[in-house]
Design a binder for this molecule. Structure first.
Ligand code: FES
Ligand SMILES: [Fe+2]
Length: 346
């Protein structure tokens, strides 16, 4: 028996693939970052984030150019960050603005700079950072800012895993009866009906309508609607790891959306950010909390398998794995990642 290698081959996309430096990644929730230094790790590199006196977001590589202490151990002074070791101070662009030990008015070494990201934005309650010039658009959510939706954040989950495999798992439609038997999977059809994948740049969309048993609809018991109803599912994927599933209930009305935003933290770790948007709960925050708890249970079912993979990567050659028509969407995800790698190398 051959033992599979535990290190990804060169033509695999793992959490540290260099092309990922030219992408937007979720690094924190907006509410997590204030006027105190906030440290996070992305693609194996530490960053420090803070807000200046006007609330504007700043980020630098969390490594002081003087003696490489983490800047996040220091503090925010006015709009700047001050290293906790010798007090060197940097503005939000990484420019050195003070060296206390040289005294007032000293000439500062002009070439010294703390590393800064190519891009930093806030979108739908998340902070996104691009280490180098991004080749993909800033991720969006159609529900963002629409006040008819209640918004529920899942607790941030840090897990062993591959961001690409977790994205693959979110798009996968054939695992529900097997992985999710403890939550929603037992009632799911095993057969996956044929579907189409629409590709636009580095984004894919799969939309289809199917019949399902709407056991949550009070209108069924009241005799207003049949148990078997129609719903429309819209899966969206934007490279590298920005995913959503929007479910539109065509008979009972209402929309449920799950956002799934993955941060490749280091070679073996992913931070999973997930948010629910629902416009069918009449503002009932308790029911929203129940929906969030249910979704956490669903994600935990997925992570039982995803965290146990030996190879934490997705092949960038399409003949390494076996594919069927059911895997059309995850096959297209691989093509998008292949194109992303080519685009990033240009
Ligand atoms: S290590 Fe940061 S000021 Fe010296
Ligand atoms: Fe799943």
């Amino acid at each position: 028996m051959t033992v599979p290698p535990t290190r990804p081959a060169a033509d695999e996309l793992d959490n540290l693939h260099p092309a990922l430096r030219r992408c937007w990644h979720p690094v924190a929730r907006s509410a997590e970052v204030g006027s105190e230094p906030f440290r996070c790790v992305l693609l194996g590199e530490p960053w420090v984030l803070w807000r200046d006196s006007a609330g504007e977001l700043k980020a630098l590589v969390d490594c002081c150019p003087h003696r490489r202490a983490p800047l996040s151990l220091g503090c925010v002074v006015g709009d700047d960050i001050q290293c906790g070791y010798h007090g060197w101070r940097f503005d939000g662009d990484g420019t050195l603005v003070a060296i206390p030990a040289l005294g007032e008015g000293a000439t500062l070494p002009g070439a010294v700079k703390a590393g800064s990201p190519a891009g930093l934005v806030e979108a739908h309650g998340m902070i996104y950072l691009a280490p180098e010039d991004p080749v993909v658009p800033v991720p969006t959510m159609a529900e963002d800012g629409d006040e008819s939706f209640l918004v529920g954040d899942l607790p941030v989950i840090t897990t062993r895993g591959s961001a690409a495999l977790l994205a693959d798992n979110f798009l996968d439609m054939a695992h529900f009866p097997f992985v999710h038997a403890g939550t929603f999977g037992a009632e799911e059809e095993r057969d996956v009906a044929p579907y189409e994948v629409v590709r636009e740049g580095l984004t894919t969309t799969v939309a289809f309508t199917h019949a399902f048993a709407n056991r949550e609809d009070p209108g069924v018991e009241a005799g207003l609607r049949p148990l078997i109803q129609q719903r429309r599912l819209i899966y969206r994927f934007t490279a590298p790891f920005h995913l959503s599933l929007r479910i539109e209930y065509l008979d009972a009305g209402g929309v449920n959306t799950i956002g799934f935003f993955l941060c490749p933290q280091d070679a073996e770790t992913v931070r999973v950010y997930s948010t629910l948007w629902r416009d069918d709960l009449d503002g009932d925050v308790e029911r929203m909390a129940e929906a969030v708890a249910f979704e956490v249970a669903v994600v935990e079912e997925d992570l039982r398998i995803q965290s146990a993979y030996d190879l934490l990567s997705v092949p960038l050659a399409l003949n390494v794995e076996a594919h069927t028509r059911v895997d059309k969407t995850t096959l297209e995800m691989r093509r998008v990642l292949i194109d992303l790698v080519a685009e990033a190398a240009r």
